[in-house]
Design a binder for this molecule. Structure first.
Ligand code: PAD
Ligand code: ZN
Ligand code: ZN
Length: 377
């Protein structure tokens, strides 16, 4: 391509600091260095994790930063040494990389690669420099993705090549929300056929958990949300019943115990990022074999206190990052499963907006009106 090896000038949404609107700016995007890929982003979803950064609730972030980690696009050029991806390929940036070499990548049971943001902040590229500048100022990367930009540069370990026929406005959801929720059910919890599940929080992530529980053959899926507007969609995706904790004068975990004849649910999922709900989700689990999965991102520095008896008596408490998928190898297969109609996620996209209306997209999320807004470029 004629842009190969050159700096590209394009538009990006820059977060200059917490609690500020994103600002569409002209930025320069440097060419990819060795083992990096420059991608033209064509669709990007808005996830609550992006909003956590804007709200100042996510640790390890340096401003100014270009957010976004749920995108899809086409490779513009590749740096030296990139062999599995070429210009023109359709790709999904991965918010959890798979380096293939660290002890986590070599272990069969985890996807928590040592190159993830929680181990080493991904504000900069692996060589500790940035590929973005704006008005002469260096701008940070986010989760090595920064999909709220017309062009972005990503390490090859954090890019998955997908089927050329996959529509990009749906492919972007595989970069975070859908894969996270669906995988939390099928990989992390390993939901069994005929079981009872409770899903706390029915946003893009929680509804994807519902899709996963249904695909795994759960017979009862109880959706829990304080926004009743989410219930209809949850039922379309497979929730068998939905409850609003505010409709009861007892704690939601007691409501769930009552609904299950005092037994508790086999699997519960916290998809909000609220530590009180995380504890309630554990308490709502079956005493002997219940498994509760933390999917929501708690505010930086938050801590939980709980009775160890909850675990002593047989419950399991787990966390799930990006649905447990070993990202680079599994996400292309998950996309192929979607194309083979093994599940349907299209209803997760409630709004489509042009990129420059990105702040409206965040407002739709904050006001509870949207599940996923997809920005088109
Ligand atoms: P969202 O805001 O679309 O959905 C959250 C839902 O929770 C909304 O429907 C709210 O109404 C509901 N809610 C809020 N408070 C309560 C409450 N007290 N009780 C019941 N329901 C409540 O967010 P999302 O689906 O995009 O993301 C959900 C969380 O998952 C968020 O914390 C995000 O940071 C995290 C996340 N984790 C990963 C991961 O890898 N583990 C990936 C992506 C997102
Ligand atoms: Zn690794
Ligand atoms: Zn996300």
């Amino acid at each position: 391509m004629e842009t190969c090896g050159k700096v590209i000038k394009c538009r990006a949404a820059v977060a200059w600091g917490p609690h500020k609107l994103l600002s569409i700016e002209d930025v320069e995007v440097a060419p990819p260095k060795a083992h990096e890929v420059r991608v033209k982003i064509l669709a990007a979803g808005i996830c609550r994790t992006d909003d956590h950064v804007i709200e100042g609730a996510m640790g390890g972030i340096n401003f100014p930063v270009i957010l976004g980690h749920e995108g899809a696009g086409v490779v513009e050029s590749v740096g030296e040494g990139v062999t599995d991806i070429k210009p023109g390929d359709k790709v999904i940036p991965l918010c959890i990389p798979q380096c293939g070499k660290c002890s986590s990548c070599l272990h069969p049971e985890t996807n928590c690669c040592f190159k993830t943001h929680s181990k080493e902040p991904q504000n900069l590229m692996p060589d500790k420099s940035t590929r973005f500048t704006c008005n002469g100022m260096q701008v940070n990367h986010f989760l090595w993705n920064s999909t709220f930009s017309e062009y972005t540069v990503i390490p090859e370990d954090a890019v998955a090549k997908i089927d050329a026929d996959m529509p990009l406005d749906k492919a972007c959801l595989f970069g975070c929300g859908f894969s996270t929720g669906y995988g939390a059910a099928v990989n992390t919890a390993k939901v069994q056929p005929g079981s009872t599940c409770a899903v706390f929080g029915l946003g893009g992530v929680g509804l994807s958990v519902v899709i996963g529980c249904k695909a795994a053959g759960a017979s009862r899926i109880i959706g829990v949300d304080i926004n009743q507007g989410k219930f209809e969609k949850a039922k379309q995706f497979g929730a068998t019943e939905c409850i609003n904790p505010r409709d009861y004068d007892m704690p939601v975990q007691e409501v769930l115990l009552e609904m299950t004849g005092g037994e508790g649910v086999a699997y519960s999922f916290e998809c909000i990022g609220n530590i009180d709900v995380m504890k309630a989700a554990l308490e709502a689990c079956h005493i002997g074999y219940g498994t509760s999965v933390i999917v929501g991102g708690a505010p930086a520095g938050a801590e939980i206190s709980f009775s160890p008896m909850l675990l002593f008596t047989g419950r399991t408490w787990k966390g799930s990052i990006f649905g447990g998928w070993k990202s680079k190898e599994c996400i292309p297969r998950l996309v192929s499963d979607y194309m083979a109609k093994k599940f349907n996620l299209d209803g997760l996209v409630t709004h489509t907006l042009p990129f420059d209306k990105i702040n409206e997209g965040f407002e739709l999320l904050r006001s509870g009106q949207s599940i996923r807004t997809v920005l088109t470029f």
